[in-house]
Design a protein. Structure first.
Lengths: 279, 254
C-alpha cells in the first residue's frame, strides 16, 4: 500500500489545508480513524472514495461546520476548531464551496444569487456588481440565464451558477462536492474544463471530492484515496491507477470483489433464502 | 406508561423548551442587527401581513356578523338590544380579534414560514449561506420573526374593525337596532384599557406564533417528511399556546 507520506506534491508549494490524525464519529459510527492529508497551494487535489466514506464530512471539517473529536485541521495555518464565529466567517470568505445540488437561494434569480455574497460582504456600487456578476456568469457560459429563477434551471446549469457564485468573491480555495454526479456528457466536460480553468487562470487551489475515478484522473495534480476512515493511498492519479495494493486496485478498477466490502453485512445468503422468516 | 417513559417525555419536553428559549435569545440578538436591513424586514412584513389580509378580513366580517346575530338574540331577551354595540366591541377587542387572528396567522403565515425555512434547510440553502459567511439566523430567521411580530397587531386591529362593521351590519341593518344608540353606546363603553388589552395580547401571540414557526422550520429534519411534520407541529403548538396564553393574559388584565 502506498503510504500517505509519499504524496507527490512539489515540496515548494505551501500547504493550504493540513489534516493531521483526525478522528471523527457520528452516532457511534466512526467516519475518520486517523486521517492525514495535505492540500497544497495552486494545485488540484482529488479526494476519492466510496459513497458514504466521509468525503463530504471532510469538507465540513475544513469549512468548520463540524469539529473533529481528535486531531487537527489547519486551513491557511489556522486551527479551524479554535476559531470563534467571527474568525470562522473571516476564514470562510477565503473559501468557496460548490454544493452537490447547487444550493442556490430559490427566492432570487440567477443574477441575484451570484451577486448575493458581494452585496453581503462589500459596499460596491450596483454598476460594478453588475459587471462583476456578468463576468462570472460569462465564465460559466450562463450570462444569458441571468434573469432565470433557480427552478427554471437544469441540474447542470444550477451547478454552473453555483460555481459562478462560489468564485465571485475570488476565493483562494475552491471545494467541489461531487461535481460530476448526474451530469450529461456535455455538462460533465464543461464542468471538468471549468475546474481546470479556474485553477490555471485564477490560481485557485482546488479540492475535488468525488468517486468518479476516470474524470478525476484528467484534472487532478494530487489524489488521495479515502477508505475505512483513513487515506489508503496518495499520489498522482497515474500512481494510484497502477497501484498493486488490493484495496486501491479494487476501487480504481471498480470491482465488487475485494478487501473493500461492497455487500452490506447480512446473514448467510443460502440460509436466508431457505428459511421462511428473518428471525 | 412506565415511570421511565414518563421521565423521558418530561426530559424531552424540557429539552425542547430550553432549545426554544435559547433560540429566542439568539433571534432577539440577531433581530437587533436585522433592523438595519429594512428591505428584508419590509418584505417579511408583506409576506406575513399583507398576504394574510384577505383571510383576516373575511374571517373578521363573518365573526362580527355571527356576533351580531347571537348578541342580538341574547340581549333582546332582556330588552337590552341597544347594548349590542358594547358586547360586540368588547368581545372583539379584548378576546376574539387577538385570538382568532393568532389562530389564522398560525395556519396561514406560520405554516408558510416553517415550510419555507425547512425547505431552505433541506436544500442546503442555509448551509450555503453559512459557507458564504452570511449568518442565516440574521438573514433568514430574524427578519421573518420580526415581520410576524409586527404584522400580528396590525392584522388584529384590522380584524377588530371589520368585525365591528360586521356586527353593525347585522344588528343595525338587519335586526333594526338604532344606529345612533349602537355607536354611542360603543363609544361610551370602550376605553383605552380594552384596546390595549387586545394589543398586548396580539403582540404576545405574535412573538409566540412567529417564534414557534421560525424555530420549527429552522430545526426541521431536512427531509420531505421532516418539513411536513414541522409544519404540523407549528399549527398545533401555536394554537394551543395561543389559547393558553390567552387565559393567562385575560386573568392578568382582569
Amino acid at each position: 500500500m502506498t503510504s500517505p507520506a509519499s504524496a507527490q506534491a512539489p515540496a515548494a508549494a505551501e500547504a493550504v489545508v493540513e489534516v493531521r490524525d483526525v478522528h471523527y464519529a457520528i452516532g457511534g459510527r466512526e467516519i475518520f480513524r486517523g486521517l492525514d492529508l495535505t492540500v497544497r497551494r495552486g494545485r488540484i487535489t482529488a479526494i476519492m472514495g466510496p459513497s458514504g466514506g466521509g468525503k463530504t464530512t471532510l469538507l465540513k471539517l475544513i469549512t468548520g461546520q463540524i469539529t473533529a473529536d481528535r486531531g487537527s485541521v489547519r486551513v491557511f495555518g489556522q486551527e479551524v476548531a479554535t476559531l470563534g464565529r467571527r474568525g470562522l466567517y473571516a476564514l470562510r470568505q477565503r473559501l468557496g464551496l460548490l454544493f452537490q445540488n447547487g444550493a442556490l437561494l430559490t427566492d432570487m434569480d440567477v443574477f441575484d444569487n451570484v451577486a448575493f455574497p458581494v452585496r453581503e460582504h462589500s459596499d460596491l456600487p450596483e454598476t460594478l456588481i453588475r459587471k462583476l456578476v456578468l463576468t462570472k456568469l460569462q465564465a460559466v457560459g450562463l450570462r444569458g440565464a441571468a434573469p432565470l429563477l433557480p427552478a427554471e434551471l437544469s441540474g447542470g446549469m444550477a451547478r454552473r451558477v453555483a460555481l459562478a457564485r462560489a468564485i465571485v468573491m475570488d476565493p483562494e480555495v475552491l471545494m467541489y462536492d461531487e461535481p460530476f454526479v448526474g451530469l450529461d456528457p456535455i455538462s460533465l466536460g464543461v464542468i471538468l474544463r471549468l475546474i481546470k480553468q479556474m485553477n490555471a487562470a485564477l490560481g485557485i487551489t482546488s479540492i475535488v471530492v468525488s468517486h468518479d475515478v476516470q474524470e478525476l484522473a484528467h484534472i487532478a495534480d494530487d489524489s488521495y484515496l479515502l477508505l475505512d476512515g483513513r487515506i489508503a493511498a496518495a499520489g498522482t492519479p497515474e500512481q494510484l491507477r497502477t497501484s498493486t495494493a488490493p484495496a486501491v486496485h479494487q476501487f480504481m478498477s471498480g470491482n465488487a470483489e475485494g478487501p473493500v466490502a461492497f455487500n452490506y453485512p447480512a446473514l448467510d445468503y443460502a440460509t436466508q433464502l431457505l428459511t421462511d422468516t428473518d428471525d | 406508561m412506565t415511570s421511565g417513559g414518563r421521565n423521558n417525555y418530561l426530559i424531552e419536553g424540557l429539552r425542547r423548551l430550553g432549545s426554544v428559549a435559547i433560540f429566542l435569545l439568539q433571534l432577539l440578538a440577531a433581530s437587533v442587527a436585522s433592523l438595519g436591513r429594512p428591505g428584508l424586514l419590509v418584505k417579511q412584513i408583506y409576506n406575513a401581513g399583507a398576504r394574510s389580509l384577505i383571510i383576516i378580513m373575511l374571517s373578521g366580517l363573518f365573526v362580527g356578523m355571527v356576533l351580531g346575530l347571537q348578541g342580538y338574540d341574547l340581549l333582546q331577551r332582556f330588552g337590552s338590544e341597544q347594548a349590542l354595540g358594547i358586547a360586540a366591541a368588547l368581545g372583539l377587542l379584548r378576546e376574539l380579534a387577538p385570538v382568532i387572528t393568532a389562530l389564522l396567522f398560525a395556519g396561514r403565515a406560520g405554516t408558510a414560514l416553517t415550510s419555507e425555512i425547512g425547505l431552505m434547510r433541506a436544500t442546503d440553502q442555509l448551509t450555503a449561506m453559512e459557507i458564504m459567511a452570511v449568518d442565516p439566523l440574521r438573514y433568514v430567521a430574524a427578519p421573518r420573526f420580526l415581520g410576524g411580530v409586527i404584522a400580528m397587531p396590525l392584522l388584529t386591529a384590522i380584524f377588530s374593525l371589520i368585525g365591528l362593521y360586521g356586527a353593525q351590519l347585522v344588528g343595525v341593518q338587519l335586526m333594526g337596532v338604532d344606529r345612533g344608540t349602537f355607536w354611542s353606546q360603543t363609544q361610551g363603553a370602550v376605553d383605552l384599557h380594552d384596546v390595549s388589552e387586545g394589543m398586548v395580547k396580539s403582540v404576545v401571540f405574535g412573538v409566540a406564533c412567529s417564534l414557534i414557526a421560525v424555530h420549527e422550520g429552522y430545526h426541521a429534519e431536512p427531509t420531505a417528511e421532516g418539513v411536513g411534520l414541522a409544519t404540523t407541529r407549528t399549527v398545533v403548538a401555536s394554537s394551543v399556546l395561543t389559547l393558553l396564553l390567552d387565559y393567562v393574559l385575560t386573568a392578568a388584565f382582569l
